[in-house]
Design a binder for this molecule. Structure first.
Ligand SMILES: Nc1ncnc2c1ncn2[C@@H]1O[C@H](COP(=O)(O)OP(=O)(O)OP(=O)(O)O)[C@@H](O)[C@H]1O
Ligand SMILES: [Mg+2]
Length: 143
């Protein structure tokens, strides 16, 4: 699936629904980069993905924890959710075990992945989010 044409998403509920739809295109071993400013809606997309994978608990930005793991019940791919906003340098990401996470049988969802593009593997799927006056504009490349 490749879709670089922009899509407009009018509100937070639709953002979450986009995440549910996106979940259908993800499988274990995938890395998904969510790229957009503060408050763009990255976590809302992640909530939709978690819902698609049958994770029934709350999903929030792991801003302080840096990483949250969601053990899902239905679709059998665990999700690992990163928020790299507070990391200063790529060494910090390596220090929390990034390379080990890449080896995990899970889907990695990475808010602020654009801070450390050099550490994102080939084949990373990306969703770019821009603020509109109302709603958000998304462009994505899921090949
Ligand atoms: N498509 C949308 N249209 C309008 N508002 C939205 C949309 N998506 C999300 N929001 C709103 O934007 C705010 C931020 O959402 P969210 O926490 O998902 O963003 P984020 O990109 O994860 O932020 P952060 O960079 O702080 O982690 C929330 O108040 C949410 O309701
Ligand atoms: Mg967030």
């Amino acid at each position: 699936m490749k879709h670089l044409f922009p899509t407009e998403i009018p509100d937070p509920v639709a953002m979450r629904n986009f995440g549910i739809e996106l979940g259908r295109h993800l499988k274990s071993g995938d890395v998904l980069a969510l790229v957009g400013d503060l408050g763009a809606g990255k976590t809302h997309i992640t909530q939709g993905i978690a819902e698609y994978f049958g994770y029934l608990h709350e999903v929030t930005s792991p801003t302080f924890a840096l990483v949250n793991e969601y053990i899902t019940e239905v679709e059998k791919s665990d999700l690992i959710h990163f928020d790299l906003y507070r990391l200063e340098k790529s060494e910090d990401l390596l220090e929390i075990g990034w390379e080990d996470y890449l080896e995990r049988d899970a889907i990695l969802i990475v808010e602020w992945a654009d801070r450390f593009p050099e550490l994102m593997p080939n084949g990373t799927k990306c969703v770019f989010i821009e603020h509109l006056e109302q709603g958000r504009k998304l462009s994505y490349d899921l090949v």
